[in-house]
Ligand binder design. Structure first.
Ligand code: FES
Length: 396
């Protein structure tokens, strides 16, 4: 198993030209803005305190009693420990670099595929670290694109993740007018996309090849995703079944005979979350006699602390070794795999060509949702994307 620090240092991020200047350096106005939503991660250990504070005070992400006091207290208590983890993966999260590389490659592909909506430009909108969601939208407005596609980089929708980023956009526009004559649209989920399943299956094959041929078909594939509080699951959050759909499509695509399970990682706090937990599954399977495993992070599209530290260092280097696993490999995140860039381009191109500007699935709330914030946010997006005027297709 490659050590985590080695893995971080060996990431080769492509050098890309600035997206919006000509050879002479003249700025080009984008026709289509693609705003890539994600949570983000601290680029340096100095950002860790603020990052945790923002997460712990975001009630869309996590709900605590007396959150305005307890949230900051938990954030400051955890800061040193989390800083240490970032130091152990090379000093910061690579998520911004990966997202910018993905965005540049995506827009280059779209410029070729869809000259009528070119030039396309990507914007990164993070929820908990710069560039923040509101900064991205200020930039979008000042660039003056005709069409703005809000594109979640969480393939599987959860009210705690994509929902939180969308609420942040609704907050941004609470006290300002939305730009006139701009067509907004939303891609909030793409869990079952064929090319997403294909890239995960290719990432798995890269690791299956590392096992001896005699046991290759017996290697247990553990798909692992960030867990969710059971309270959110019982409310009707669609995340668990969307993650499961990515898993089953990936296994179809893989076409192999390997056994597999979906397990959950990164639980925080004392309340019950979705199980089985990834570390428990490794230990329990070892007890059942399983000795060869692949971990597949299936709900994040680029490397981050949960892959580079939790999976690589804590589970592969420590938990699995102690449990007596003979060989464990961790599939790389999609990052800039060409199939993944093709997946992003196909999702956006399909959206531009066939709409709808906003899905009925997004406009439907969880059955147990009583949040006025969710209600207001869905109403806002309905207006923003023209669904209240029966504007459906992107081109309309
Ligand atoms: Fe899911 Fe409100 S909690 S729509």
């Amino acid at each position: 198993m490659m050590s985590k620090i080695h893995r971080f240092n060996s990431m080769i991020l492509p050098r890309l030209p600035p997206a919006f200047s000509t050879a002479s350096g003249t700025a080009v106005k984008p026709k289509t803005a693609i705003v890539m939503l994600n949570m983000g991660g601290p680029e340096t250990t100095d950002q860790v305190g603020d990052y945790l504070h923002r997460i712990m005070t975001d009630r869309d992400m996590i709900q605590l009693p007396v959150q305005s006091k307890l949230g900051p207290w938990i954030a400051s208590r955890r800061t040193e420990e989390v800083k240490k983890k970032y130091s152990e993966i090379g000093g910061g999260s690579p998520i911004l670099k990966w997202t910018n590389s993905q965005g540049s490659l995506l827009t280059q592909a779209l410029d070729q595929m869809l000259p009528e909506s070119a030039p396309h430009k990507h914007y990164v909108a993070f929820r908990y670290v710069p560039p923040f969601t509101e900064d991205a939208f200020r930039e979008v407005e000042s660039d003056g694109a005709d069409r703005v596609i809000i594109f979640s980089q969480y393939p599987q929708y959860s009210c705690a993740t994509t929902g939180s980023s969308l609420n942040a956009i609704a907050d941004f526009y609470k006290n300002r007018t939305t730009p006139a004559n701009v067509k907004f649209s939303l891609i909030e989920r793409w869990a079952s996309h064929k090319l997403l399943a294909k890239v995960f299956s290719e990432r798995i094959k890269e690791k299956l090849d590392k096992f001896d041929e005699k046991i290759r078909d017996d290697v247990l594939i553990l798909f692992t995703a960030h867990s969710l509080p059971l309270k959110a699951v019982s409310r009707g959050d669609t995340y668990p079944h969307e993650v499961a759909s990515t898993v089953s499509r990936t296994m179809e695509e893989l076409g192999g005979r390997n056994p597999h399970r979906l397990v959950w990682q990164s639980k925080v706090g004392p309340l019950p979350w979705l199980q089985p937990y990834t570390d428990d599954a490794i230990k329990l399977y070892a007890k059942q006699g399983v000795k060869h495993l692949i971990l597949v992070p299936v709900a994040f599209v680029n490397e981050h602390i949960e892959t580079l530290h939790e999976l690589d260092i804590e589970y592969c280097d420590e938990v699995a070794k102690e449990a007596g696993i003979l060989q464990i490999e961790r599939a790389e995140a999609p990052n800039v795999h060409p199939t993944f860039i093709a997946a992003l381009a196909d999702v956006v191109a399909g959206h531009i060509s066939n709409g709808p500007r906003i899905s009925k699935q997004f406009l439907t709330r969880c059955p147990h949702c009583v949040s006025q914030r969710c209600l207001a946010s869905k109403e806002f997006f309905k207006r923003l994307c023209g669904a209240d005027q029966n504007v459906d297709k992107i081109g309309s």
